[in-house]
Design a protein around this ligand. Structure first.
Ligand code: AMP
Length: 365
C-alpha cells in the first residue's frame, strides 16, 4: 500500500502515542514549527505531558479513547515500537498513522524483522526460531556457538536475552527467559556497534545522518560518537541498507537501523541487528550536533514537509545521563559548549534515562 499523503500545516495537531522522553522531544520540535501536540499515554507522570497542548491518560487498548484521540488530531506518530497491532489498526481507521502499521509489525517481532531484512538481501546474523528444546538444540547445531537466545517480542536494553556459550545448557537458558517464543542467533564478533538514523517522506524523499558509533554499558546506550570512524565504503553501505529498508516498508518518519561492524580480512562489513521505527537514542546527538535534529526531521517527515539538511556541525559526542549521572547537572551547565537535556523525570532510578549531554568539537582532519 502506498503511503497516504495529507496536507498538514502549522497550526494542525500532531498526535503522539507514548509519553516518554522521545515523545517529549518530538513535541518540543513540533511546537517550534507551529504545530500543536496531543500526547496519549497511560502513565499520568509521563515526561511528554509537560510540553504538550493536550494529553489523554488512558491505556493503549482503550478503543473509545483511541478513537477520540485519532479524531482530535491530524496525524498520529509514536515513540515506541510495542504499540499493539489492534491499537495501530484503530488509529489507522480514523487518521493517518506514520510510520505505518507494517513498520510496527515487522520491528516488534525479532523473527519477522530478521526474515524481512534478510529477504532484502541484507546481512543479518544466522537465526532460527524453534518450538521446543529439541528444535532449539538442532538450530544451535546449525548456527554454532556462541549464540544468543532472544525473545521474539518485548526485548530491550538486553532484557529477554541470554548468551549460549560453549558450556551453557540450552534448556536452562531458554527457561531463564521464561520459555517465551524466541529466536536463536549466531554471535557476531563485532568490532563496534554503529547505527544509521534516517528519514523518509510519503513522496519518497530520503535523508540520512552520518553513521554513528555506539557504546553500551550494562546493555544501555552510554555514548554515541559521530563520525563513527569507519571506511567510506561502510558509511555508504550503511546508508544504502537504511534506504532499502525504508523503501521496502514504504516508511514515513525517522527510523534507526542498528548494525554490527565486522572486520574480515581487513575489510569492513555490516550486519544488521535491528530496526527502530522511531526516533532513537543514538540520534540524540543531532539535537545541537546537526543542522536539523532527528525530532524536527521526524515531524517534517510525518507532516509531508521538506526534509531538513542532515549536515553535522562538527565532531559530536552524546553521553546519556543514567540514574544519578544527572545529579551533575550544575557541573555540566558550567562546562562551555556542553548542551544539557533533562527529561523532567522526578525519580533517578538505576538504569533510568534521565537526560543526555551533547558536546560538539571542531572536526579533526
Ligand atoms: P538487542 O536487544 O538485539 O539490541 O541486543 C542488545 C545488545 O546485545 C547489542 O547491542 C549487542 O551488544 C549484543 N548483541 C545482541 N545480539 C548479538 C549478536 N548476535 N552477536 C553479538 N552481540 C549481540
Amino acid at each position: 500500500m502506498k503511503a497516504e499523503t495529507r496536507m498538514i500545516r502549522p497550526g494542525c495537531t500532531l498526535g503522539i502515542l507514548g509519553g516518554g522522553q522521545l515523545g517529549r522531544m518530538i513535541a518540543m520540535a513540533a511546537a517550534q514549527l507551529g504545530l500543536r501536540t496531543h500526547v496519549y499515554a497511560p502513565d499520568d507522570n509521563s515526561p511528554a505531558f509537560e510540553v504538550a497542548a493536550e494529553c489523554t491518560i488512558a491505556p493503549y487498548e482503550d478503543e473509545a479513547n483511541l478513537v477520540r484521540f485519532a479524531k482530535a488530531v491530524d496525524v498520529v506518530t509514536y515513540e515506541f515500537e510495542n504499540v499493539p497491532s489492534e491499537t495501530a489498526a484503530t488509529l489507522s481507521a480514523h487518521t493517518l498513522l506514520a510510520p505505518n502499521a507494517q513498520a510496527l509489525a515487522v520491528s516488534q517481532d525479532r523473527f519477522l524483522e530478521k526474515s524481512f531484512i534478510a529477504g532484502l538481501g541484507i546481512d543479518v546474523a544466522p537465526f532460527a526460531t524453534f518450538a521446543d528444546e529439541a528444535e532449539l538444540v538442532e538450530a544451535l547445531g546449525r548456527i554454532g556457538r556462541p549464540a544468543v537466545l532472544k525473545t521474539r517480542r518485548f526485548g530491550y536494553d538486553g532484557k529477554g536475552q541470554v548468551m549460549l556459550r560453549h558450556d551453557t545448557d540450552p534448556a536452562a537458558a531458554w527457561a531463564e527467559i521464561g520459555r517465551a517464543s524466541s529466536i536463536v542467533e549466531g554471535f557476531v564478533p563485532f568490532e563496534r556497534e554503529v547505527s544509521v538514523v534516517a528519514a523518509r517522506t510519503a513522496s519518497g524523499a530520503f535523508a540520512a545522518y552520518d553513521l554513528c558509533a555506539n557504546e553500551h554499558s550494562h546493555h544501555i546506550l552510554d555514548t554515541t560518537q559521530v563520525p563513527a570512524g569507519v571506511s567510506r565504503e561502510a558509511e555508504e553501505q550503511a546508508v544504502r541498507i537504511a534506504r532499502s529498508i525504508a523503501e521496502a516498508l514504504d516508511y514515513v518518519g525517522v527510523l534507526a537501523v542498528e548494525m554490527f561492524l565486522v572486520t574480515e580480512g581487513g575489510r569492513e562489513r555490516l550486519v544488521v541487528n535491528e530496526i527502530a521505527p522511531r526516533v532513537h537514542n543514538s540520534g540524540h546527538w543531532t539535537l545541537g550536533g546537526a543542522v536539523t535534529s532527528q525530532f524536527e526531521q521526524h515531524v517534517r517527515a510525518v507532516c509531508g514537509w521538506p526534509l531538513g539538511t542532515t549536515a553535522r556541525l562538527g565532531r559530536v559526542e552524546m553521553k546519556n545521563l543514567i540514574g544519578h549521572d544527572a545529579d551533575a547537572w550544575e557541573e555540566i551547565l558550567s562546562e562551555p559548549g556542553a548542551r544539557l537535556h533533562l527529561y523532567g523525570k522526578a525519580e533517578a532510578r538505576a538504569g533510568r534515562k534521565m537526560g543526555h549531554v551533547t558536546r560538539v568539537f571542531p572536526e579533526r582532519d
